[in-house]
Design a binder for this molecule. Structure first.
Ligand code: FAD
Length: 542
């Protein structure tokens, strides 16, 4: 295709549905809506399928959701697919996406290397007009942004960052061809989920690794396992039941279920036994699968923290690291920031080639060509890794010039905080239904569970509109106010309010502090179902 070709609308315009993003959510929509006879296309900024797994190819990048949670539940897909690890790495996830494409023939309706920069609703034609960075244009009746929560990386403003002489990369912009860390002096800024993963790998090969930590990560043991074909075949006999449980589970994982008892009522022995069992099971079991009140009651939460702290300290050789890595007092309620899963993370700090720098007490002053200067020390580096996270959820939306029929913009609507109805629609933006966005379960829900369950609601909604000859759907201002108020009320009393995390926008300077995600997937789905059962209450159909 020549560049001038890309400036013409596609021949099949206007489409019924235009999707932005080819991760789990986008491709699920494409597949389901095509099956219903809609004309659909995806525009994707990346060069291939996979969403975040296309971008996040740094060493150690792997999923924190254990098999069989992080995959589609369609039997035609899981029947012949064999995972080799309980927590698969990015490379295996990419193979999975290729396999899904081979089965569902997705790519014929996906335009890659196409970053959407603007979308405006034309009130006369009742169509979305969508423009991309390369000049490509498309029109569609419905617009379904599936941008994920990590579409916009966050790089803090550190003086001199652009002067660093060696490679300086954000984890989500890792070069596709890889980046050599062997024998080099590597610095990693940030100890969130990506930081933990890249630190574990860098420590194995770097001549020296310097970790710049602001907040200790309360990481949990992954308890990784390898799976051979026999193990997978055994598990597949249970797949239908597991995937069914996943769909109705409060945690969105088939086997993570919190004990009905309170951590405060259990005896010390019982408590240790529940905590210990979850620890051994690994993954997010210790986060969401111990006592029901650990994530809601601060005293129960403290018991989980103390257990975590003591088990973690037992792994550190240098008691001088206790207060920096596993402090006596919790830096924030346990689990109010997303815990990472680790495989030997704490042992990394027992190694001679690793230095931990506490940048809360010794902030980074500037970066020079040769390294990082904190207020008290200089660190020589050849490679600088920025594991500094994302402007989660809203960043991806705000990067698009999104306009309603009156020229109203999303940036105006969200200027002092997110406003949506059910986390999927906004007043003033007809025929736009977003998935895995802010004010829906998203980061509190296992990705593929959400893609299917929230995704089914959107598919059924479009089918309903079509069957009844409706051309438009739009959230009402009243329903939006109610939903947004409910989100704020949930936030006020919650433990999430006591942590400065990306769940609440606190990692981005100036971002409104609000709970970005709805913390109970099943309750959320029930509310969505209730709206649909009442003729899409909270929306105007016309
Ligand atoms: P994504 O996979 O993020 O895909 C969105 C796509 O939209 C991307 O390909 C992006 O390029 C594209 N896009 C965005 N903006 C534009 C634009 N303007 N124009 C064109 N294309 C655009 N979830 C879990 O449940 N378990 C995990 O263990 C887990 N691990 C994660 C690890 C990392 C490093 C990250 C960043 C996220 C992780 N997640 C995890 C969350 C993850 O986002 C979801 O699991 C899942 O990928 C969501 O799928 P999606 O399709 O909504 O979004």
């Amino acid at each position: 295709m020549t560049p001038s070709d890309t400036r013409r609308p596609e021949t099949s315009d206007p489409l019924d549905v235009l999707i932005i993003g080819a991760g789990f959510n986008g491709i699920y929509q494409l597949h389901r809506l095509r099956q219903l006879g809609f004309s659909v296309r995806i525009l994707e900024a990346g060069a291939d399928l996979g969403g975040i797994w296309h971008w996040n190819c740094y060493p150690g990048a792997r999923v924190d959701s254990h098999v069989p949670n992080y995959e589609f539940s369609m039997e035609e897909l899981w029947r012949d697919w064999y995972w080799t690890e309980r927590f698969p790495a990015w490379s295996e996830l990419r193979r999975y996406f290729k396999y899904v494409d081979d089965k569902l023939d997705l790519k014929r309706d996906i335009r890659f290397n196409t970053r959407v920069t603007a979308a405006a609703f034309d009130a006369g034609q009742k169509l979305w007009q969508v423009r991309s960075e390369d000049g490509h244009q498309a029109t569609a009746r419905f617009l379904i942004p599936c941008l994920g929560f990590a579409a916009r990386v966050y790089i803090p403003e550190i003086p001199g960052l652009d002067r660093f002489a060696g490679p300086c990369v954000h984890t989500a912009h890792w070069p596709q061809q890889g980046l050599e860390m062997q024998g080099r002096r590597v610095g990693v800024i940030g100890t969130g989920a990506s930081g933990v993963q890249v630190i574990q790998e860098a420590a194995k090969v770097a001549a020296h690794l310097t970790v710049f930590q602001r907040t200790p990560m309360l990481a949990l043991p992954m308890q990784q396992k390898r799976y051979d074909k026999a193990a997978m075949d055994g598990m597949k006999r249970e797949y239908p039941a597991m995937l069914q449980r996943r769909a109705i589970s409060a945690t969105s994982y088939h086997d993570i279920v919190a004990d009905r008892r309170s951590a405060l009522e259990a005896s010390p022995d019982e408590r240790n036994s529940v905590f210990g069992a979850a620890w051994e099971r690994g993954g997010f079991h210790f986060w969401a699968g111990t006592f029901h009140d650990v994530l809601s009651n601060k005293d129960a939460n403290r018991l989980a923290y103390d257990y975590w702290r003591d088990r973690t300290r037992a792994r550190l050789r240098d008691v001088g690291l206790f207060e920096t890595l596993a402090p006596t007092e919790p830096p924030h309620p346990f689990g109010a920031k997303r815990p990472s899963l680790e495989q030997g993370y704490y042992e990394v700090f027992n190694q001679d080639n690793v230095t931990l720098v506490d940048i809360r007490n010794n902030p980074i002053h500037r970066v020079t060509a040769g390294g990082v200067q904190t207020t008290t020390s200089f660190h020589d580096l050849d490679v600088l890794v920025l594991a500094t996270g994302f402007d989660a959820s809203t960043g991806g939306f705000k990067a698009i010039d999104l306009r309603g029929p009156d020229g109203n913009t999303l940036n105006e609507l969200w200027s002092d905080g997110v406003r949506t109805h059910l986390g999927m629609a906004m007043p003033g933006f007809p025929n736009l239904l977003m998935l895995y966005g802010p004010q829906s379960p998203t980061a509190f829900c296992n990705g593929p569970t959400c893609a299917e369950l929230q995704g089914d609601w959107v598919v059924e909604c479009l089918r309903y509109l079509n069957e009844r000859g409706h051309r438009m759907i739009e959230a009402t201002p009243e329903a939006t106010e109610t939903w947004t108020r409910q989100m704020a009320e949930e936030f006020r009393g919650s433990l999430f309010n006591a942590a400065d995390s990306w769940y609440v926008g606190a990692n981005i300077p100036g971002k409104p502090r609000e709970l970005l995600y709805y913390a109970n997937t099943q309750k959320y789905l029930a509310l969505c179902a209730e709206s649909a059962a009442n003729g899409y209450a909270g929306f105007v159909l016309s």
